[in-house]
Ligand binder design. Structure first.
Ligand code: E4P
Length: 214
């Protein structure tokens, strides 16, 4: 399973890369706005750090505008992937962008029918938002299970990119289901390592080692 980091912060991206677990980056308008830098320069910096796909989202909501913005964003670096929302005009833009060889990450997916349409349109990645579904008392991970089954049934090559991840159990369940990718904030990546028995065990080993005659 690939690990993407969901952030616009170059320091966090570099830290995940240094851990050796970074396969790609997802950004969105909210995440980029937090960094308070010119967005093209910021995306170029992120692409330089990252040896993998970097998703950059269009903000136009009409097909022609999305296509134009997507083409423009794709010029920033070879590893840019264009994020397009799953609305009617988005579907037209997905087809146009992919037909020009530009990779597309279909975002704001909250249903298996949206995921099915995205795959039929040729999406490279589908991003179902599990945390936001959980927030409204609907199982985000059940949606992941449905999408994986549907894609397997028909051999769609669109990769399932689990997004809006809030905690380690989202990652565990995604891994058990065989999701292709999980994108998560840096604090979730760090938490994947935490275990109190590791801390207790390490402390005991070090305390005992201090008693060894040297
Ligand atoms: C995915 O690509 C999105 O950027 C992100 O996962 C949304 O997460 P949120 O629901 O925590 O904002």
């Amino acid at each position: 399973m690939k690990f993407f980091i969901d952030t616009g912060n170059p320091g966090e991206i570099q830290a995940a890369k240094d851990m050796g677990v970074l396969d790609g980056v997802t950004t969105n308008p909210t995440l980029l706005a937090r960094e308070n830098k010119p967005y093209k320069e910021l995306l170029a910096e992120i692409c330089r750090i990252t040896d993998g796909p970097v998703s950059a989202e269009v903000t136009a909501v009409d097909a022609a505008g999305m296509f134009k913005q997507g083409k423009d964003l794709a010029k920033i670096a070879d590893n840019i992937v264009i994020k397009v929302p799953i609305i009617k005009d988005g579907v037209i833009a997905i087809k146009k962008l992919t037909s020009e060889g530009i990779k597309v990450n279909v975002t704001l997916c909250f249903s298996s029918t949206q995921a099915l349409i995205a795959a039929k349109a040729g999406a490279t990645f589908i991003s179902p938002f599990v945390g936001r579904l959980d927030d409204i008392s609907t199982s985000g991970m059940q949606l992941i299970e449905e999408i994986i089954t549907i894609y397997d049934n028909f051999g769609f090559e669109t990769e399932v990119l689990v997004a809006s991840v809030r905690h380690s159990m989202h990652v565990v369940e995604a891994a058990l289901m065989g999701a292709d990718i999980v994108t998560m904030p840096f604090n979730v990546i760090e938490k994947l390592l935490n275990h109190p028995l590791t801390d207790i065990g390490l402390k005991k080993f070090l305390d005992d080692w201090a008693k060894v005659k040297k």
